[in-house]
Design a protein around this ligand. Structure first.
Ligand code: SF4
Ligand code: SF4
Length: 320
């Protein structure tokens, strides 16, 4: 392990905090290397520490006719942008830094002492519960490690603090699809989030459960008694999230969406396909003309979702 520089951790923590990262921890790269991923390869240099940054999120509330996006995606976009700003500031300070996308962020955060992983598979931080987003950054300098764990003792299962969940299975019971087994495992094929804006057809039996969600499902988080008070933000009517506009998004709509939740989620075909499911679930006949057009789309996912939605609105849920 490299010798940490005195005071550097506090300096980096303060600069991260100024960018909205409320919690900051660091681990020895040797601990991360115990994972299958190799941060050295991804960073392009030999890291001497791995920083984990946590930005708190919020619960979003939406009005009818709006496509719903969980607060996480707004914060995740902000965290992505601010991490880049942090990396640039470190560069000016002579510290090399590179975001790591392949490291298991929840495990790294737990090892850095930021929180515990619970039975719904999420990391809980004391003040922010599971409503937050994590960023992992390789650093060329060694900083004090908040949580020193013998990496020979490393075992992902040990990070799952089962005692905290004893006698409770509310997350598994709250999941509308049965994706959680109540033992700390998630079946990603059943998790609604895995299907949203994936570009693939959502299985027919899961489509009604999507409701009006464009991105995000937090039922397993809302149900958890271990959550502290999480801020709630109500969204006023906003054309960016108007379902009719998202069915056939213009460049302007996609740009506005990208500004709020990131370019990665503002892809026309994916937005259109997800909006079709939302339209079918809301059930308003005003969506029918757009759904008719999308039913002839050359994109197979858009076509399948639009036909399902059109038939659901025309003939009712049972016949769709
Ligand atoms: S995100 Fe939704 S679908 Fe996925 S496990 Fe949680 S409650 Fe179930
Ligand atoms: S709902 Fe219960 S079992 Fe699930 S993570 Fe929260 S405390 Fe643990």
């Amino acid at each position: 392990m490299s010798k940490p520089q005195d005071g550097l951790a506090d300096e980096l923590k303060a600069s991260a905090r100024a960018l909205g990262f409320e919690l900051f921890g660091a681990i020895d790269p040797a601990d991360v290397e115990a994972l299958p991923d190799r941060p050295q390869r991804e960073a392009g240099f030999e890291p001497r520490s791995i920083a984990v940054l946590l930005m708190p999120s919020f619960i979003s509330r939406w009005q009818r006719g709006q496509a719903e996006v969980s607060g996480f995606y707004f914060i995740s976009n902000k965290a992505h942008i601010n991490t880049q700003a942090w990396i640039e500031r470190l560069g000016e300070r002579g510290i090399r830094a590179e975001r790591l996308g392949t490291v298991r962020a929840k495990s790294a955060a737990a090892r850095a002492g930021l929180g515990v992983v619970r039975r719904n598979t999420l990391l809980y931080a004391p003040e922010f519960g599971s409503f937050h987003t994590l960023q992992v950054v390789a650093l060329s300098e060694a900083i004090t490690f908040a949580c020193v764990v013998d990496h020979n003792d490393y075992d992902v299962e040990r990070l799952f603090d089962a005692n905290e969940c004893v006698g409770c299975a509310r997350c598994a019971a709250a999941c509308p699809t049965g994706a959680l087994d109540g033992r700390g495992n998630i079946n990603r094929d059943r998790c609604l989030r895995s299907h949203m804006m994936s570009g693939r057809e959502t299985p027919v039996e899961l489509r009604p459960l999507i409701g009006a969600k464009l991105m995000g499902c937090e039922a397993c988080q809302w149900a958890c008694p271990k959550q502290p008070d999480i801020p709630v933000r109500s969204f006023e009517r906003d054309d960016t999230f108007n379902v009719e506009r998202l069915l056939e998004p213009t460049r302007e709509t996609l740009d506005a969406l990208a500004e709020r939740i990131g370019r990665n989620y503002a892809r026309a075909a994916r937005v259109s396909a997800q909006a079709a499911l939302i339209a079918g679930n809301i059930g308003s006949r005003e969506y029918l003309p757009a759904l008719e057009r999308l039913s002839e789309s050359t994109d197979g996912t858009i076509r399948a979702h639009a036909r399902w939605a059109r038939d659901r609105i025309r003939f009712g849920p049972a016949k769709a």
